[in-house]
Design a protein around this ligand. Structure first.
Ligand SMILES: CC(C)(COP(=O)(O)OP(=O)(O)OC[C@H]1O[C@@H](n2cnc3c(N)ncnc32)[C@H](O)[C@@H]1OP(=O)(O)O)[C@@H](O)C(=O)NCCC(=O)NCCS
Length: 404
């Protein structure tokens, strides 16, 4: 492209670049984004590989950038260094003019001889053109040992070690840190839509025991989901799968339930059954229940899968199939995001403590806990029971905390 210059970042343009990163990623993979903070953290991290980090400039204006950090493939006690690529972004006004490709191609050529591979979390639909392949081809998994289709590799050597990819802790940011950093930018509304990825951004394991128990359960849930085969089944139908509920908002406690909303252009039972056949036939599967709600107000199909994990624990994956673009598209995701946004770390602990205190035989819907703590200031199980008497569960149907 004419006028396009690639050069190292300039410290006096740090903020301008962070604005571009925020603009490029906003609402793309989740409501809002965290990549602008990742870029800020990368610049201050010893893990950064500065000679591979470039800014793109067009006619003297910043147009995008690419960053690299030192990552690793871990196998037992051995750490094989690799290059983690990302974020990479182009300002929305300059997208689709070859800037992203030029940044990627240039830095991949500069990376030759510096490591055995470049690895990225990305979309194979875009990165295949540069020579990236699924890292699973080389026996590379995510940190939990699961094969993840979003981990892509660009080999720089003949021999690629297998093991678990560790992108580096500099990519992990907490929701609180993102929120605090984001407040230093112009306010911007977050939106949920069915194109967003459902996987949550990586964040470090918390120290608080309750938060940690919830974090552990969510990591296990992510593994169960990946191993279940349901994602591949839905993707084979061109469906978009999004998480909702406590799996999405990170407030899982005790219950091994994963709630998904699945968006398809039509509600066709037989094609879903066909796509789900390998899941149904899996020895892990205990049952698959179906509720036909096509003729109801919600106009949805419900698929309730029960399966066992490697240690024999029973999990439920509830998949609500909804027409893409209908008025229900993104509604529950919005609620989960609003809860993430509104709940302070203290409130999150209280919600988890209440969920933990709740007897297994007492059915309480998650939103009851969220409203009680976030809107009504409830802090104990006793207060919760008192509050519950006053607040009929029907009143919760449309509750959602305002996005901050
Ligand atoms: C992805 C991004 C860096 C690409 O930069 P760009 O300058 O817009 O891309 P290019 O002009 O080099 O390439 C454009 C092509 O990529 C395609 N493309 C872009 N994102 C894609 C994706 N996620 N999946 C498939 N194709 C994609 C475009 O459709 C276009 O296709 P075409 O060449 O067939 O017309 C840029 O769009 C961006 O910043 N997006 C938001 C942030 C982001 O997603 N970053 C990547 C995270 S892994």
């Amino acid at each position: 492209m004419k006028d396009l210059i690639l050069r190292p970042e300039r410290p006096e343009q740090d903020r301008e670049m962070e604005e571009i990163v925020r603009d490029a990623f906003w609402d793309k993979f989740c409501p809002g984004c965290s990549e602008h903070l990742v870029v800020r953290n990368l610049r201050q991290s010893p893990a950064i590989v500065p000679e591979l980090c470039l800014a793109a400039e067009i006619g003297g204006r910043l147009a995008g950038g690419i960053w690299y950090a030192q990552g690793a493939i871990r196998s037992g006690r051995t750490h094989h260094p690799v290059l983690t690529m990302g974020p990479v972004c182009v300002s929305p006004e300059y997208q689709c003019r070859g800037v992203g490709s030029t940044l990627i191609e240039k830095t991949l050529s500069l990376a030759a001889g510096k490591s055995c591979a470049v690895i990225i979390y990305g979309d194979i639909g875009y990165y295949a053109r540069f020579g990236f392949r699924p890292a699973s081809d080389h026996g590379i998994t995510d940190a939990e040992g699961s094969f993840c289709p979003a981990i892509l590799i660009y080999p720089l050597a003949e021999e690629i070690p297998s093991g678990a990819f560790d992108e580096g802790s500099v990519y992990h940011v907490t929701p609180e840190a993102v929120r605090a950093f984001d407040k230093t930018f112009a306010p911007r509304r977050k939106h949920c839509h069915s194109q967003q990825l459902f996987f949550f951004p990586p964040e470090p394991p918390p120290e608080d025991p309750l938060l940690r128990a919830s974090w552990d359960l969510r990591q296990q849930a992510a593994g169960v989901l990946r191993d279940s085969g349901v994602l591949e089944a839905w993707e084979s139908l061109g469906a978009k799968v999004r998480s909702v509920g406590s799996f999405r908002n990170g407030l899982m406690m005790k219950h091994r339930d994963i709630d998904l909303h699945v968006y398809t252009p039509v509600l066709d039972v037989s094609s879903v059954l066909k796509a789900l056949t390998p899941v149904i036939a899996s020895p892990r599967t205990v049952s698959l229940d179906f509720v036909n709600g096509a003729e109801t107000d919600e106009c949805c199909l419900e698929w309730h899968l029960k399966l066992r994990d490697d240690s024999g624990e029973l999990w439920k994956i509830d998949m609500i199939q909804i027409l893409a673009g209908s008025k229900y598209d993104g509604v529950m995701e919005d609620v989960a995001e609003a809860v993430i946004d509104a709940a302070t770390p203290e409130m999150r602990k209280t919600i988890l403590a209440l969920k933990n205190a709740c007897p297994d035989d007492r059915p309480v819907c998650g939103v009851e806990f969220y409203k009680a703590v976030i809107s009504d200031g409830v802090t104990t199980w006793r207060e919760f029971l008192e509050r519950r008497k006053k607040d009929p569960p029907g009143a919760l149907m449309h509750w959602k905390p305002a996005l901050r």
